[in-house]
Design a protein around this ligand. Sequence first.
Ligand code: ADP
Ligand code: MN
Ligand code: MN
Ligand code: MN
Length: 327
Amino acid sequence: MDMRSKARTLSGPVSDPAKLPRWNYDGSSTGQAAGEDSEVILYPQVIFRDPFRRGNHHLLVMCDAYTPAGDPIPTNKRHAAANIFGQIEAEEPLFGIEQEYTLLWKDSNRPLGWPLGGYPGPQGPYYCGIGADKAFGREIVDAHYNACLYAGVNISGINAEVMPGQWEFQIGPSPGISAADELWVARYILERITEMAGVVLSLDPKPIPGDWNGASAHTNFSTKAMREEEGGYELIKKAIHKLQLRHADHIAAYGEGNERRLTGGHETAEINTFSWGVADRGASIRVGRKTEKEGRGYFEDRRPSSNMDPYVVTSMIAHTTLLWEQP
Ligand code: ADP
Ligand code: MN
Ligand code: MN
Ligand code: MN
């Protein structure tokens, strides 16, 4: 969750990430390399327009990180994900990710809208709410929405969430690795905007213990056959069965602190129990009514937490459902 960036000037305009030079940073200052051999190499992978500097030539560049010998460093989860997606291009996988997050006052670490030393009224009026007593931080949310559209991120919507001070944006549907690239860049843009507003972005899965909703990153998935072919729903059910068999492996990779969120309450399934259902928001996996009715569509994995790494989660869903065979 520790996103970092730096800036540099190049001598001419660039529109292709392959034409950008590699760069490096001091990995001993980020806990990613030893002081005596501190260089980590940045490989430019994807470019977006820079919504902060604007203009025609300013770019945001998503990079991943390698040792000088050319091996991905341990926190580089993009490299392995790109390898998995390279094997299944013909399936035309699409992902839609619903990123929930909480906005905190910098000094008190309490969510926006929460009175100092007290609690807001119970949950109910806040989800998709409007009004100064129900929606807290919309300037940030809408600035982020605009900035993502400007950047070229495939952001498909926003809404206020169940807990006051909590919001969601949706990425996608986007093909293969680009969903994860876009989610990371959207998170980056969001933290830059909260920085300007003097507000802190929290991706903690359960920022306030007790009778308050946690924060998730529901991950919606389909292949071309699932969404277009007759019998797509049968393929979805087969995929869900494979996900059930590998439930523990997925939970282990779906975000730190997720056990505080997946309690079985507050629209979640209990962490150790796999379940699925149509229109069931208390299940691990939910299939929409429309998908059931039309016999094709997509499904929603509700287990990933707000702080998950989308490279890990999207590639693992693709691997389990499309490449893995039951031993
Ligand atoms: P919810 O009812 O769970 O709150 P949202 O509307 O917030 O649903 O999010 C639905 C997500 O599903 C969006 O991110 C959207 O991009 C994604 N989605 C829609 N169609 C598909 C599809 N065919 N394959 C994968 N994802 C999809
Ligand atoms: Mn949603
Ligand atoms: Mn939500
Ligand atoms: Mn959802």
